[in-house]
Design a protein around this ligand. Structure first.
Ligand SMILES: NC(=O)c1ccc[n+]([C@@H]2O[C@H](COP(=O)([O-])OP(=O)(O)OC[C@H]3O[C@@H](n4cnc5c(N)ncnc54)[C@H](O)[C@@H]3O)[C@@H](O)[C@H]2O)c1
Length: 379
């Protein structure tokens, strides 16, 4: 199969969907890999690195027109809608529930699209989201430590302190993938760490892996109020799947927090878990409300593309191989995880939550396949 790798053109996006190592794996399986000129530059992969493993460097027109399977990181933006076409299989993050225009563009074009974020295992894990949560969690602890520095407006406190001086206090709200990784780095920096969770099973697991080095507390409104008042850094890391983040940190709680403490709201991509959170960018990551520094960058992994690109290819490659080897029809029949990732196929919307979000017609994937709508996409 001819596999294309497009360059990301969304602002502040430096990741690329395939590393040269991934390109070689695909070439070794007998596939042709075409990479848009400069696609890997932001992740420190020059064109030469792809050519060295047998990939061909092509123009933006050629990568979109010639590929049978197109790999991207972020969803197509409006200027790319005209490039969507029947017979092409697109594998990327899509987040369609939040983007009606793109959903329509995908349906109207007849393209088959498989969304990274909806590929789901039988135990409801989201394997293509997990590495970005790991990265965001680890960055959150770093960002908290950094913005505590006085010249940056922070309290002027070294999280890990030194012998003879008390360390800083980090409170993580939500002990899932982001929260666990934030805690690991905060502990590594030498901070005192508390995780406030609502799942007792998850807390049992966290105790097993982190031992007595963290304090684990059951989440409640009162507990959060007391914990944030004590904190130098608060990290918001809650998730209620498919829903907006609950506003656990209310405006009046800020008044009880330490002056110039830092609140890192990683859950900002789901609306944020504080009443005072609003999305920020890497250019202007922080703002202050009632003396509390808010860091609310919605695409944190974008700051570390060398790490994020490798972490992404590590998890996407097995699925890419399956799509390339079997074609989209064969792959979704062979692998239910990939089948759950299909959002549109041959002009039909096959992801129920997206159809509900936009009041559009939903077609079950099996029905779409039975109708043979995707015959143009088979290898
Ligand atoms: N800003 C970014 O760049 C970025 C990057 C990756 C992930 N995220 C976001 O980070 C958030 C967390 O993601 P994750 O992968 O860790 O999710 P996860 O499902 O692994 O963990 C969420 C945790 O929150 C807990 N939780 C839910 N409600 C709670 C409450 N009321 N009090 C305390 N805990 C509660 C859950 O029990 C769960 O353990 C999500 O909103 C995700 O979209 C943001």
């Amino acid at each position: 199969m001819k596999i294309g790798v497009a360059k990301e053109i969304k602002s502040d996006e430096y990741r690329v969907a395939l590393t040269p190592a991934g390109a070689r794996e695909l070439a070794d399986r007998g596939h042709d890999v075409i990479v848009e000129h400069g696609a890997g530059e932001g992740s420190a992969f020059p064109d030469l690195a792809y050519e060295a493993v047998g990939a061909q460097i092509v123009s933006v027109d050629d990568v979109w027109n010639d590929a049978e399977l197109l790999l991207k990181v972020k969803e197509p933006i409006a200027s790319e809608y005209g490039r969507l076409r029947e017979g092409l299989v697109l594998f990327t993050y899509l987040h369609l529930a939040a983007d009606e225009d793109l959903t329509r563009a995908l349906i109207d074009s007849g393209i088959s699209s498989v969304a990274y974020e909806t590929v789901e295992t039988s135990n409801r894990a989201l394997p293509l989201l997990a590495p970005m949560s790991e990265i965001a969690g680890r960055l959150a602890a770093q960002a908290g430590a950094y913005f505590l520095e006085k010249p940056l407006g922070g309290r002027g406190l070294l999280l890990g302190a030194v012998p003879g001086v008390a360390p800083g206090q980090v409170v993580v709200i939500g002990g899932g993938m982001v929260g666990y990784n934030a805690a690991v780095i905060a502990l590594g920096l030498g901070a005192n760490v508390t995780i406030v969770e609502r799942s007792i099973d998850r807390m049992r697991h966290l105790e097993e892996v982190l031992g007595s080095r963290v304090t684990l507390l059951m989440s409640s409104s009162l507990q959060i109020e007391e914990s944030v008042a004590d904190a130098d850094v608060v990290i918001g890391a809650v998730l209620i799947p498919g829903a907006l983040a609950p506003k656990l940190v209310r405006r009046e709680m800020l008044a009880t927090m330490k002056e110039s403490s830092v609140f890192v709201d990683v859950a900002i991509d789901q609306g944020g878990c504080a009443e005072t959170s609003r999305p920020t960018t890497h250019d202007e990551p922080v703002y202050t409300v009632d003396g509390v520094i808010h860091y609310c960058v919605a695409n944190m992994p974008g700051a570390v593309p060398i790490t994020s690109t490798r972490a992404l290819t590590n998890v996407t490659l097995p699925y890419v191989e399956q799509l390339a080897d079997l074609g989209v029809l064969g792959a979704v029949r062979a692998n239910p995880e990939l089948a759950r990732g299909v959002n549109t196929i041959g002009g039909k919307l096959t992801y129920e939550a997206v159809a509900e979000a936009h009041g559009m017609e939903y077609t079950a994937l099996d029905d779409a396949l039975a109708a043979g709508v995707a015959s143009a996409s088979s290898p």
